[in-house]
Design a protein around this ligand. Structure first.
Ligand code: ARG
Length: 266
């Protein structure tokens, strides 16, 4: 399975990269959560330089909007890193497939969005060391689902979030029809409406989406393990600093505490 998946990923990513590049522009910060910092926007009082984090805040528990703020594991780890390095964090919310372009174009200083490290993405950005890992899962309707395992995806209509590893994986399944959504939540909505047979997405957001949509369930058939890391512009001096900060925050238990605050069984 592992080998097969790597090959699939390698092939499929060529296509996804093309999509990523064509998707730049269009997705500016969403009003409600364009600035998630809990402190004042004005950094002149502290003199701290701002760092802009590009994310897609529709991915609970990693990043989601609550009370007009972007909260979640990534938001908190990013804040801890910025605090350590003496920067003020500003979170810019956008479509997931616009994040890498935001980083490569310098519109954002880094991208953090439950983003999986892939060889293809490494061609355009640098990644920090991983801060956690994850797995892709399949969400189906509890009743009368034509999909009971990964093998059943063949020939089915499957919903994914555009430009994600779920998209990459599903796109290479035989005879599959892929329905791509800007938000995972919209893919799951389509599932409840019978418009897609299954949704492939990261496990923790899948749990949140499934909970929000009674009548859906997650199959006990997880795919390949993936590492989540922060992406930065190629050659950025920040990468090294982020890695040092991350190492300290892992060593003193901060990263674990943040993850456990949002994920009960981790
Ligand atoms: N881990 C997957 C990937 O990197 C999905 C990430 C989606 N993240 C988000 N914030 N919507 O492709």
């Amino acid at each position: 399975m592992k080998k097969v998946l790597s090959v699939i990923l390698a092939v499929a990513m060529l296509g996804v990269t093309a999509m990523m590049f064509s998707a730049c522009g269009g997705s500016a910060s969403s009003g409600a959560s364009s600035n998630a910092s809990s402190e004042s926007k004005d950094s002149s009082t502290t003199g701290a330089k701002e760092l802009h984090m590009a994310t897609n805040a529709a991915f609970e528990p990693y990043e989601y909007v609550e009370g007009g703020q972007v909260v979640g594991i990534d938001a908190e780890i990013a804040k801890a890193i910025c605090d350590k390095l003496g920067y003020k964090l500003v979170i810019d919310d956008m479509d997931f497939d616009a994040i890498i372009t935001a980083v490569t174009s310098g519109k954002a200083d880094f991208g953090m969005a439950g983003m999986t490290v892939t060889e293809e993405r490494k061609q355009s950005v640098d990644f920090t060391d991983p801060y956690t890992n994850a797995v892709q899962v399949i969400i189906v309707n509890e009743k009368n689902s034509p999909v009971a395992s990964a093998d059943d995806l063949e020939g089915k209509t499957v919903g994914v979030q555009l430009g994600t590893t779920g998209d990459i994986y599903v796109s290479d399944v035989k005879d599959v029809k892929v329905e791509r959504f800007n938000k995972g939540a919209d893919a799951v909505l389509a599932l409840t409406q019978g418009k897609v047979d299954a949704v492939v997405i990261d496990k923790e957001p899948a749990k949140a989406f499934s909970k929000q949509n009674p009548g859906t369930k997650i199959l006990d058939d997880p795919f390949e393990n993936e590492d989540y890391a922060i992406c930065l512009k190629k050659g950025s001096e920040l990468t090294e600093k982020f890695n040092t900060a991350l190492k300290d925050l892992k060593a003193d238990g901060t990263v674990d505490d943040i993850i456990k605050k949002y994920i009960n069984d981790k």
